[in-house]
Write a protein that binds this ligand. Structure first.
Ligand SMILES: Nc1ncnc2c1ncn2[C@@H]1O[C@H](COP(=O)(O)OP(=O)(O)O)[C@@H](O)[C@H]1O
Ligand code: SF4
Ligand SMILES: [Mg+2]
Length: 348
């Protein structure tokens, strides 16, 4: 685990910046896989540190299997970290105190990928939306129904839908119901795990715009996990690029999309159909993303990206790159590449 600690230290130590609502320090999650006698561990998340400030939006991108969902589940308290700490409103919510965990479960809500399986089909929309309120015993039944109506209107649905069941709604409407439910307890943070990837392309933009609108109107912070990089750029202030359980690059979205400082980010951009084709061509001349990511059961030593990186040198095969601000970079972006400066110069 010493490598994770390195990433953590490089991410800026323990000082609390003002306005930070959620802070992850060197979060680790392992899963046991395979038969009991010969089981292995998958390090799904291996030392991720990040901050989320009030009202901001942070994107998380990376290929499938790099740990995005596992990280999201730790951020909302659905999964307990095996290492590291999570602080919500300055309180350590990983230490196991029930009151603190409750605070997290109330203040940080998840919007799931698939609105077809995440809503109980036997409950009416009114019940679904206010179930979190009932569980917290904060309101009587009548007041809850009133609140349910308000929540539906907040997400662009109407009060007369309260007594319908999920199957009577389209995918886009169901995701709106999921958003309304997540907002019931007035959270500080919404964690959205690929919230539109199960939806029809024609309604994806509507749901994205709804989230953007809610972020502005309610001042709720959003963690937005997505495949489509142009959506992430459109929606987020900052972005974290993950590779095999770690952060490869993190910082201001515009800077990263304009000039990545990590070869993996560059490769993702060049492979993304939503990035401007001319720009993509420019990037693709320099970098190709070959093959699949290696298994997180036995990740490469040194830089985890080295087997797929065109710029890899001997040093990359032995020495783990720390997340650091590239020399001469003006912003706050950090990259975990030994040659971040060269990548950055090349991208400009
Ligand atoms: N409950 C689980 N048991 C075993 N392995 C898991 C479990 N959840 C996730 N993993 C593994 O952890 C890694 C990260 O998965 P995940 O967080 O779902 O990534 P992503 O959301 O980026 O696709 C993958 O290798 C996945 O197979
Ligand atoms: S540290 Fe080396 S292998 Fe890793 S991304 Fe940078 S150049 Fe590539
Ligand atoms: Mg996922």
């Amino acid at each position: 685990m010493s490598l994770s600690v390195d990433q953590h230290e490089a991410a800026g130590g323990a000082a609390e910046s003002p306005g930070v609502v959620l802070r992850a320090d060197a979060l680790v999650k392992r899963f046991r896989v395979g038969p009991a006698i010969r089981s292995n561990y998958v390090s799904a998340v291996d030392g991720v540190s990040l901050d989320l400030r009030r009202g901001e939006s942070l994107g998380i991108v990376g290929e499938s299997g790099c740990g995005k969902t596992t990280l999201a589940r730790m951020l909302v308290g659905l999964e307990r970290p095996d290492g590291g700490t999570l602080r919500f409103r300055q309180r350590d919510v990983t230490a196991g105190r029930r009151a603190d965990r409750r605070l997290l479960r109330k203040g940080v809500q998840m919007i799931f990928q698939d609105p077809y399986t995440s809503l109980d089909p036997r409950m009416t929309v009114g019940k679904l939306v206010t179930e979190p309120l009932a569980a917290n015993r904060t309101m009587g039944a009548r007041a809850r129904r009133g609140r349910a109506g308000e929540l539906l209107e907040l997400v662009g649905l109407s009060v007369d839908m309260l007594d319908r069941f999920p199957h009577q709604f389209s995918g886009g409407q169901r995701q709106r119901i999921g958003v309304a439910r997540a907002l019931a307890l007035d959270p500080d943070v919404l964690v959205c795990d690929e919230p539109v990837s199960a939806l029809d392309v024609s309604v994806q933009a509507q749901v994205i715009n709804l989230l953007r609108d809610l972020q502005r109107r309610l001042g709720v912070a959003i963690v937005f996990i997505a495949h489509d990089l142009s959506v992430v750029r459109h929606l987020t202030d900052r972005v974290a690029v993950m590779y095999l359980g770690r952060i490869a690059e993190i910082g201001d979205s515009d800077s990263i999309f304009e000039g990545p400082a990590h070869p993996y980010t560059r490769a993702l951009l060049s492979a993304s159909p939503s990035v401007d084709p001319a720009r993509r061509g420019q990037l693709a001349q320099r970098v190709k993303l070959i093959g699949e990511p290696p298994s997180p059961i036995d990740p490469p030593v040194g830089c985890r990206f080295h087997p797929r990186c065109e710029l890899a040198q001997d040093r990359c095969r032995t020495e783990t790159p720390l997340l650091r601000v590239p020399a001469d970079d003006t912003g706050t972006r950090r990259s975990a590449c030994h040659f971040a400066e060269a990548v950055l110069t090349d991208a400009r």
